[in-house]
Design a protein around this ligand. Structure first.
Ligand SMILES: [Zn+2]
Length: 364
């Protein structure tokens, strides 16, 4: 049974410091305990802090403080006017306090932003987008999703996650993909929603704004039933076909070689060695070259395992031509793309496997 609200699991000195800070602000402002409690004593800010620490163990003070004050939209009433139950929003109240206490403009700006993020708009995200803020948005979204118990109902949860995914900036969306949620059902649903999102919004169309032939702004036009970026001046169409890649199943007895990815996207996921096929390469040549680059091994291709559509990666849809091969020489070593290379028994494959590589291994 999963504990849905167990912030103590990740409580760290940083969070304890942050809680102390919130207490001191409360005391300095002589604010009503009950009203403040509405805002601060909900666990969400501390969950966001926990997530920030998971995403970046060396997160800046500004980022951590912004996380602490990210979810204060309940009314807060200072002690001087306890009868005025309308009060003001915590957001209106806490941001000047942060300024008075000498926190940097960055903290104040991010705090204000995250409060706005409750009903955020793309313009808001664009306005002060930077790497740290993406971390914060990712953390906020991860913690919000982790609040949903499985009893929420799939449809409602799907809608909530979809709304979140739609408004995240891209780097945060990738982080959302890479990080696991505590409940397997919720985690699977999150992955399904992201997959649905990337099927609808091809990341490979995003870089193209202008016609590469005549520089006219590209527009969407439906051709053969598919909405495609099209140049209305010269007729150029960005067909955006799936990109061919190739991967290799290298077996040793009943175990198979996997590499743990070092880089985003899908960092820390395991995958088969492989990669993109160069223009004049056959798929076999590309497979042999990629295995050598990534593992140091020389392989002989034995047979085609299958061709798999990769529609579950943030980089866009690919067609993965997967081979079975045996080692003919070389010494196993990794390059900068991988943290680790290891043979796994098929019965005990790791939890995080990228692309369709688990399916390909199990089917062959
Ligand atoms: Zn054109």
């Amino acid at each position: 049974m999963i504990e849905w609200r167990d912030p103590k699991r990740h409580l760290s000195p940083t969070i304890a410091d942050a809680k102390e800070l919130s207490r001191s602000i409360r005391a300095q402002r002589h604010a009503s305990h009950v009203d403040i409690a509405d805002g601060f004593n909900t666990w969400l800010p501390f969950e966001v802090l926990s997530w920030i620490e998971r995403l970046d163990p060396n997160a800046s003070v500004a980022l951590r403080l912004a996380a602490l004050f990210c979810d204060i939209d309940d009314p807060v009433v200072p002690e001087t006017t306890p009868q005025d139950r309308r009060g003001v929003q915590s957001s209106q109240w806490i941001t000047p306090v942060l300024s008075e206490l000498g926190f940097t403009d960055l903290v104040v700006e991010r705090t204000g932003f995250l409060i706005a993020h409750h009903d955020d708009s793309a313009e808001n995200v664009e306005r002060i987008a930077d790497t740290e803020l993406f971390q914060l948005i990712a953390a906020r979204s991860l913690s919000s999703i982790s609040q949903f118990p499985p009893t929420e109902g799939t449809d409602r949860l799907h809608r909530a996650v979809r709304a979140m995914v739609d408004k995240l900036p891209e780097p945060a969306r990738t982080e959302l993909w890479e990080h696991r949620l505590p409940a397997p059902q919720t985690d699977k649903l999150k992955s399904d929603v992201l997959r649905e999102y990337y099927r609808e919004h091809s990341p490979r169309e995003r870089p193209y704004k202008y016609c590469p032939t005549c520089r006219t702004v590209l527009q969407r036009k439906t051709t053969d039933g598919t909405s495609l970026l099209t140049c209305l001046a010269c007729g150029f169409i960005l067909w955006n076909p799936p990109v061919p890649v190739t991967s290799v199943i290298i077996e040793k007895g009943s175990s198979v070689l996997l590499l743990k990815r070092a880089a985003r996207p899908l960092r820390d996921y395991w995958c088969l060695p492989g990669g993109f096929i160069r223009y004049l390469e056959t798929p076999e040549m590309a497979a042999i070259r990629e295995v050598k680059e990534e593992t140091g091994l020389d392989v002989e291709i034995n047979q085609l395992a299958g061709i798999y559509q990769i529609d579950n990666a943030p980089g866009g849809v690919s067609l993965d031509i997967i081979w079975k091969a045996s080692v003919a020489g070389g010494l196993l070593q990794t390059n900068e793309e991988s943290i680790e290379a290891r043979y796994f028994e098929k019965a005990t494959l790791p939890e995080l496997i990228a692309y369709k590589h688990r399916q390909a291994i199990m089917e062959h």
